[in-house]
Design a binder for this molecule. Structure first.
Ligand SMILES: [Fe+2]
Length: 288
């Protein structure tokens, strides 16, 4: 029988979902203005509904924003949001409310770049084939990493985590690209600029093979928390060959049997308003 398909193209690797990015924030009011009114995202109405934390839905993923001193991700988050004109309108409208903060936004090369009141940076992309068919998602998290670390980081995800990984770019400025689900990515881009100290923010991923990475991390003394039956954490990305620490970013690793896996998330249509209300259009009507 003739073969017509490259079956490897549909392989996902072991990491099947980047569900949340967690950065602590000192002021839920300012976070509400930025994430909900500005970006147009949706507060999780069911969990963390008080003032001690806020979960913000972005399609199938979330930002987790517990109330504490500000954390700033060492890189930026790429999100897919439809209707750039409406997004820019919202970002302009909230600017006076965030005037005394690090809030900023600009459009560059067709991408809307927004900075939260504490300096976290978001690149907001219109839906495009490179992100699959989603119209609302966390598409990637891009970390700035020291020179000469991208290849080792790619090996870490391949050998320890069982993920699919590739390295792009020229020597001295390489990027490790880690597949997370069919379309989400973790990117680790080498930069010669000095990096701030790691401040404890984290990302959470779901893995199909839960025990394999745990065993390999444990052998290397890298497990930092045995959270519960369905979750553990690690912080250091190391070169599997040398054991050398390359970059620090805490990962919350969950099994596909975790009770929260693929939990349905509510997403709203941010264009809906009391003055131009359209019955039946409260929910986000795109794909995610
Ligand atoms: Fe978390």
């Amino acid at each position: 029988m003739a073969t017509h398909y490259d079956r490897k193209r549909q392989d996902l690797g072991n990491i099947v979902l980047l569900e949340h990015v967690n950065v602590t924030i000192p002021d839920q009011r300012l976070a509400t203005i930025f994430y909900l009114s500005g970006l147009g995202l949706t507060r999780d109405p069911y969990l963390m509904a008080g003032i001690e934390n806020m979960w913000v839905n972005v399609g199938r993923s979330q930002f987790h924003l517990p109330s504490r001193g500000p954390q700033v991700l060492r890189g930026h988050v790429g999100i897919v949001i439809p209707d750039p004109a409406a997004l820019k309108c919202r970002l302009q409208k909230v600017a006076p409310l965030l005037a005394e903060t690090r809030y900023a936004w600009e459009e560059r090369d067709g991408v809307v770049e927004a900075t939260c009141p504490w300096g976290n940076r978001f690149r907001c992309h219109a839906p495009a084939p490179e992100f699959g068919d989603t119209e609302l998602a966390i598409a990637y998290v891009a970390f700035d990493v020291p020179p000469g670390t991208a290849r080792g980081i790619a090996r870490f995800y391949e050998d320890i985590m069982g993920a699919r990984a590739a390295v792009d770019g020229a020597a001295g400025g390489e990027t490790a690209v880690i597949s997370v689900s069919a379309t989400q990515r973790l990117r680790f881009r080498e930069t010669a600029r000095p990096l701030p100290d790691y401040d404890g923010h984290h990302v959470q991923v779901y893995v199909s093979d839960f025990s394999g990475p745990h065993r390999r991390l444990l052998e290397r003394g890298l497990v930092t928390e045995e959270s519960d039956e369905y979750q553990y954490r690690f912080r250091d990305l190391v070169d599997p060959a040398s054991g050398k620490a390359l970059f620090t970013i805490e990962h919350e690793v969950r099994s596909l049997t975790h009770p929260l896996y693929a939990r349905p998330l509510v997403n709203r249509n941010p264009e809906q308003s009391n003055r131009s209300y359209v019955r039946g259009h409260d929910e986000f009507r795109g794909t995610y």
